[in-house]
Design a protein around this ligand. Structure first.
Ligand code: AMP
Length: 577
């Protein structure tokens, strides 16, 4: 028998298989995808369908398609499929056999052993049924391990140092949270808690309710009795949800959705992330309650947690990541694909049993947080340079994320977009790595929406663009090697300081005045350079004076510009000398 031991995540909705090769985890593709739907069915002629094909026929032929068989594991039942009936372990075996086959064809050798994962709450009977399913599929089950254990292993690779992980797993229809302790290769689930009927699909359902309410209000029609329209709305709701994980607004458009009294009805609607988050907040709060219970159950305080690991597709929701960070004071880890890390951890366990040395996971992540600044509340006060992170550190790259910003007064015609790298809530304590001004905005009341998008590629090149939503007016900037630039910026600042010293030489001939640049723009730039080194009190004075000058300029009040300019220039003179 060869000693390859694959790792299998046998999931309710999807299943995955991975293996360790040369110390590294390799995922196995099944029909070109890493996720294989956990579905089994029979086609028109009674032939077996597994995975994608079976899932696709479910809507049309539910009588000969089986999904979510995992929910029945351990029950003493027979489930009819076509002419015959099968036990849950037999149906699971069909899924496992397909995964085994895919691994064999990718590896080019037979696979006889597997580590299979199960939820931490699975009873002995459910674990035994999973073991039996493996055997029926021709696999020797080297070990059954808990899903949270596998996820923690995927992140730590069995390094052996003692630490505690909180594994937060939110899939399509189930939620589990577990506290895991790792110590010298022994991994133990200290507490586990969850809800078998809570998941990302409930978020879709809330959006769907909103779409139905909109159709009722705008057209007096409820699509509930039209299965085709409901299916389209369901898909649109899920797509909008996924879109809102990346950007601030999702546009939902479904042409010819229903037949109305006066012709076909087209649905066109925008959903903002803020509205969506308000909708799902109670569900997210419910999961946080479970997190508290699991911590209590493990007898741990928040401070004793070393990391939070995210599992399940729905954990890509930004609100979930934010709330967990607020509650636990740690940025959740999401470098690994939350749909695949359980299979990766199972493969690592297989590798360890097979005596392989496991190298760390290779993922390209950004080492810094990148963001911009805006007027918001900082320590309970309105402050113009609040740091708004757009791409958080440790996010896998390449990545694109957007945020919405709003003009702050009527008729505001320009916005300065500053790009920072750092972690401090006060943008001025971070490093500014670029900026641009978007001018010529529409003459509309305050609240004009500007969407700013950050894209960071694998070479560390950051592209930032801002678009006025109303007109598409756009301005952008590309910052080469955003991470390396930090040092160059520092060099630049040093060079400027030396230059300033030379300029202040009283005997030097007077430099010609710079032509073209408006005097206040130059003054503001000088003032902003000082912000980084100023004491907190001086900084506050500077910020107030800069804002006063900008306001005066925006309002075109010459007298106010002169007064504010004088104040700022006095301050700059005092601080530069
Ligand atoms: P899983 O069962 O782990 O595959 O999770 C599936 C759930 O994750 C479904 O409800 C998906 O709609 C949801 N999901 C997948 N991608 C995203 C995303 N980018 N943002 C929010 N939810 C997502």
């Amino acid at each position: 028998m060869n000693d390859t031991i694959v790792g299998i995540d046998l999931g309710t909705t999807n299943s995955e298989v991975a293996v360790v090769r040369d110390g590294r985890v390799q995922l196995v593709e099944v029909e070109g995808e890493y996720l294989m739907p956990s579905a089994v069915g029979l086609d028109d002629s009674g032939d077996l369908l597994v995975g994608e094909a079976a899932r696709n026929q479910h809507a049309l032929h539910p009588e000969r398609t089986i999904r979510s068989i995992k929910r029945r594991m351990g029950e003493d039942v027979k489930i009819p499929l076509g002419e015959r009936s099968y036990t849950p372990q037999e149906l699971s075996a069909v899924i496992l056999a397909r995964l085994k086959q895919a691994a064999e064809s990718q590896l080019g050798e037979p696979v006889q052993q597997a580590v299979i994962t199960v939820p931490a709450y699975f009873s002995d009977a459910q674990r035994q049924a999973t073991r039996d399913a493996g055997q029926l599929a021709g696999l020797e089950v080297a070990r059954i391990i808990n899903e949270p254990t596998a996820a923690a292993l995927a992140y730590e690779g069995g390094q052996g140092e003692r630490h505690h992980s909180l594994v937060y797993d939110l899939g399509g229809g189930t939620f589990d949270v577990s506290v895991v302790r790792m110590e010298s290769e022994v991994v133990e689930v200290l507490a586990s808690h969850g809800d078998n009927h809570l998941g990302g699909d409930d978020f879709d359902a809330l959006i769907l309710d909103q779409l139905r309410a909109h159709l009722k209000e705008a057209h007096g029609l409820d699509p509930v009795d039209d299965p085709r329209a409901m299916a389209r709305l369901g898909r649109a709701a899920e797509a909008a949800k996924v879109e809102l994980s990346r950007g601030p607004i999702a546009r939902i458009e479904e042409a010819y959705l229903l037949d109305g009294r006066d012709g076909p009805i087209n649905l066109a609607l925008e959903l903002t992330r803020a509205d969506y988050e308000a909708m799902i907040e109670p569900l997210v709060e419910q999961t946080l309650e479970a997190v508290r219970t699991a911590l209590e159950g493990a007898g741990l305080t928040v401070a004793e947690l070393d990391e939070i690991v995210l599992v399940g597709g729905a954990t890509r929701t930004p609100l979930i990541q934010r709330r967990l960070e607020e509650l636990l004071g740690l940025q959740p880890r999401s470098e690994l694909d939350p749909d695949l890390c359980v299979a990766m951890g199972a493969a690592i366990q297989g590798g360890v049993i097979g005596g392989q040395r496991i190298a760390g996971m290779l993922v390209d992540v950004t080492p810094y947080t990148f963001g911009t600044s805006a007027i918001a509340e900082l320590d309970g006060e309105r402050y113009p340079y609040c740091f708004i992170p757009v791409i958080r550190k440790n996010t896998p790259i390449p990545v694109t994320r957007s945020e919405a910003f709003f003009t702050s007064y009527d008729g505001q015609e320009a916005i300065d977009v500053r790009v920072y790298q750092g972690e401090d809530p006060d943008a001025l304590n971070n490093t500014q790595i670029g900026s641009f001004r978007i001018e010529g905005l529409s003459d509309v009341p305050a609240g004009n929406v500007i969407i700013t998008t950050f894209s960071l590629d694998v070479d560390g090149i950051l592209h930032v663009s801002s678009v006025e939503k109303l007109t598409g007016l756009q301005k952008e900037i590309t910052i080469d090697s955003a991470a390396a630039r930090f040092e160059r910026e520092e060099m630049g600042a040093a060079r400027e300081r030396v230059q300033a010293l030379i300029d202040s030489d009283a005997q030097a001939p007077e430099a010609p005045a710079t032509a073209g640049a408006p005097p206040s723009a130059e003054l503001i730039q000088r003032a902003e350079r000082l912000l980084e080194t100023a004491t907190p009190e001086d900084r506050e004075d500077l910020v107030d004076a800069i804002e006063a000058l900008r306001d005066a300029e925006d309002q075109g009040d010459t007298e106010a510009i002169r007064r504010a300019g004088d104040t700022l220039s006095d301050l700059v003179f005092y601080l530069e000398s």
